[in-house]
Design a protein around this ligand. Sequence first.
Ligand code: ZN
Length: 257
Amino acid sequence: MAAEKSLAMVLRTVEFSESSYVATLFTEDFGKITALAKGARRRKSAFESALDLLSVSRVVFLSKSSDSLDLLTEARLEKAFRSSQKELSRFYAALYIIELVNLMTDNRDPHPELFRTTVRCIGRLDQGAPIAPHVLKFELAILRHLGHLPALHACSECSRAVPDAARMAFGIWNGGVLCNSCKIGKRKVVSLSLPALQLLRSWSEPEPETTNDTDWSLPQFDTEWTKVAGEVRGLMNQYLCDTLGRRPQLFDFLGFH
Ligand SMILES: [Zn+2]
């Protein structure tokens, strides 16, 4: 058994025994892990608030080779999520973010860039960033990191460039925009306005790694966003449910579906 160290975000904790938790952690270096935290439920636990949901903690765990749980030996809190008591909608949005991470990543499949994107997004939400646009930016980011981003430029069927028009066909089942020939006879096709598509294109571009979690006051959030928010939200809800094969539990708590 090797002792591994990483920065990690707490995605989920489940009571395991009277004194212990099983924690699902999204680590920067090893991807998602599931680890037993012995004694974590005791009042004077060594883990303290390092295992609270949404906390970013520095963890040490003993990695088990088989299917059995890893063993968490240390967790030191680096950054707590503080908005939960003040504003429930912010807390729900942050929980939705980690639900997506939990649903869409596999154990031991490292995505360090996605980890940093997640920490940055949760940090911005905690600091008062507008909720709906930041949730959308995260959804596009996780889809991009995991290779599920819809085709937004070329036809998702024939890969030919689709010329811009006032309204564009978007095939939910096809995974993106469709040209005039390919859209014929397709099912689950949504008509998307050009401004909505343009917003999806620009917001799905990767953010420079150098931006920090206070750089969220992007000017286009007010102007571009408000005009197409409802349309884009409707499309993303359908696309995500189709990609995940299920409806995320937190959808109903977000208030913008
Ligand atoms: Zn086509």
